[in-house]
Design a binder for this molecule. Structure first.
Ligand SMILES: Cc1cc2nc3c(=O)[nH]c(=O)nc-3n(C[C@H](O)[C@H](O)[C@H](O)COP(=O)(O)O)c2cc1C
Length: 259
């Protein structure tokens, strides 16, 4: 098998790190890889915040749904869906006047801009994940960076048209690390030929059979099956309410309003 596939296949999320900073050379390689990622129209609608300050990591470990391991990562990267620079440049270069002259409506970033920027940011993030793994640097995504929008905006000096869509904790593998391989659903339930196909009851039962065997029966939610357990842990959890609230706040900036 080729080396890239090997790297992709061996990756698992790493939440315990060797107590050593990421070397300058490795960090430079990670960032070189990131900026090579494809972006819509080559506009690079993202920014990366490289965070090593302990105080900031401590705060993030609390604001991202209280996950203490975040503070132990030598380096954290926050990926911003970011169209601020382009709109600053549009302003600088008279795009508003030009649009009025040409009968184009000039408006601020809208939901399409947000989703495209999110795509750019996450593709860059995953490029870092793969590059990191190839350098023996483990990583873990933190989706909870989407919570507490107002706090993160202030903490990280975010402008109006930049939204933190993902965060990566990065660090070298500790010496005694045993990778924890997490199962995947069978491909037949995820990949379809040509057109989408909804799964029938029998397929759903088969798809989730392994999860039903593995979920903890004596869980704190009183959940009787894997579906109830996951809903209580994810969609029904407090963090999910905060994530919804936070994103709703941020979305107000992306409605194509007059600027
Ligand atoms: C968008 C996204 C958000 C995630 N957020 C978290 C998180 O907040 N905390 C965490 O410990 N892991 C987080 N993860 C890691 C997942 O739990 C992990 O990828 C999944 O369980 C599969 O395990 P594996 O990456 O080891 O194969 C996140 C992963 C993704 C892709």
């Amino acid at each position: 098998m080729n080396e890239v596939l090997n790297v992709i296949k061996r990756r698992t999320s790493l939440r315990r790190y060797k107590n050593a900073p990421i070397s300058e050379v490795d960090l430079d390689n990670l960032l070189q890889a990131a900026v090579k990622a494809p972006t819509a129209g080559n506009m690079m609608l993202y920014s990366i915040l490289v965070i090593e300050e302990q105080n900031t990591k401590d705060i993030l470990s609390r604001t991202c749904d209280n996950q203490p391991f975040i503070a132990t990562a030598p380096l954290v990267m926050v990926f911003l869906a970011d169209i601020q620079r382009w709109f600053d440049y549009y302003q600088l270069q008279g795009v508003k006047e030009f649009s009025t002259r040409k009968g184009l409506k000039f408006k601020g970033p809208d939901l399409g801009d947000l989703f495209i920027s999110v795509s750019d940011a996450l593709i860059a993030a995953q490029t870092v994940v793969i590059a990191a793994e190839s350098l023996d640097i483990g990583s873990c995504y933190i989706g909870d960076i989407m919570e507490n929008y107002e706090t993160h905006k202030e903490l990280l000096d975010l402008p109006k048209f930049a939204f933190p869509i993902g965060m990566l904790c990065l660090g070298y593998y500790p010496k005694d690390y045993e990778p924890q391989v997490r199962p995947r659903f069978d491909r037949e339930y995820i990949v379809f030929d040509e057109k989408y196909r909804s799964l029938d009851e029998g397929e759903l039962r088969k798809m989730f059979a392994e999860r039903e065997t593995a979920f903890p029966r004596d869980n704190k939610f009183g959940a009787a099956n894997a579906a109830q357990f996951m809903y209580a842990r994810k969609q029904g959890a407090e963090f999910a309410k905060e994530m919804h609230r936070s994103i709703e706040q941020a979305l107000k900036n992306w409605q194509g309003m007059d600027i």
